[in-house]
Design a protein around this ligand. Structure first.
Ligand SMILES: Nc1ncnc2c1ncn2[C@@H]1O[C@H](COP(=O)(O)OP(=O)(O)O)[C@@H](O)[C@H]1O
Ligand SMILES: [Mg+2]
Length: 216
């Protein structure tokens, strides 16, 4: 992945979040406070503006800027969590130049660890972690299995991650929330898809679409 691909991914996330903002807010209305779409859209609109105004830095710079922007511009739980993930992803990448698929896998794993550390959630708590964990697992596996591909396995890994995130997102529905606002509802949180897990899927879906578009 080079810096222009990293930027294209962040712009694709901004487009997707903007298109899905109402849906994300509806999901949050059921088990939260009806602001998840607003929070995410505000955050990624700010990310777009920050990247528009920034020099064409390496991949590391793109993700650290995006992450810092989310942390500082989003009030809800999700901004600091996704922001920390992107910052950790950036910091795990080479200081200059591009990131190969293995480096990206390590960076995505570092992002997940940042989310878990900051939010204290574990798998099954009905959060971002429930979509992010299977996505990173799938990314790593597919990256290894497809390392001989012309793109170093990036497209295959991103596709596998998006599919796994989608399943993880769907699997949050029967869970009872144990972290964040939804946990206040106790058993009444059961039967609703988690908003943050849904955004996580959108983010990985945008990655898959970005790297596939570049390859063809
Ligand atoms: N401790 C946590 N760890 C991981 N994800 C969390 C945590 N708390 C909340 N979330 C995620 O944040 C989402 C809610 O985000 P948002 O509505 O933007 O923030 P808020 O809950 O502050 O209103 C939830 O759907 C959940 O996925
Ligand atoms: Mg909310």
């Amino acid at each position: 992945m080079d810096a222009s691909q990293a930027r294209a991914w962040m712009y694709a996330v901004a487009d997707s979040i903007a298109a899905q903002a109402d849906h994300l807010t509806q999901l949050d209305a059921a088990i939260g406070d009806s602001d998840h779409g607003v929070n995410m859209n505000r955050g990624f609109t700010a990310v777009r503006a920050a990247l528009d105004g920034a020099p064409a830095d390496g991949v590391r710079g793109v993700f650290t800027l995006a992450g810092s922007t989310l942390v500082s511009r989003v009030g809800g739980a999700s901004g600091p969590l996704f922001g920390s993930a992107l910052r950790a992803l950036g910091k795990a990448l080479p200081e200059e130049g591009d990131a190969d698929t293995a480096a990206l896998a390590a960076g995505l794993r570092a992002g997940l660890e940042a989310v878990c550390k900051l939010g204290g959630a574990v798998l099954g708590d009905k959060t971002i972690v429930d979509a992010y964990t299977p996505a990173v697992d799938a990314f790593e596996q597919a990256a290894q299995a497809h390392s001989g591909d012309r793109d170093g396995g990036l497209a295959a890994a991103a596709r596998a991650a998006a599919d796994a995130a989608h399943q993880g997102m769907r699997d949050t529905t029967p869970l009872q929330a144990r972290r964040g606002r939804a946990s206040y509802l106790g058993e009444r949180s059961v039967g609703h898809q988690d908003p943050g897990a849904t955004s996580t899927w959108l983010i990985f879906q945008a990655l898959a679409e970005t790297v596939t578009a570049r390859r063809s």
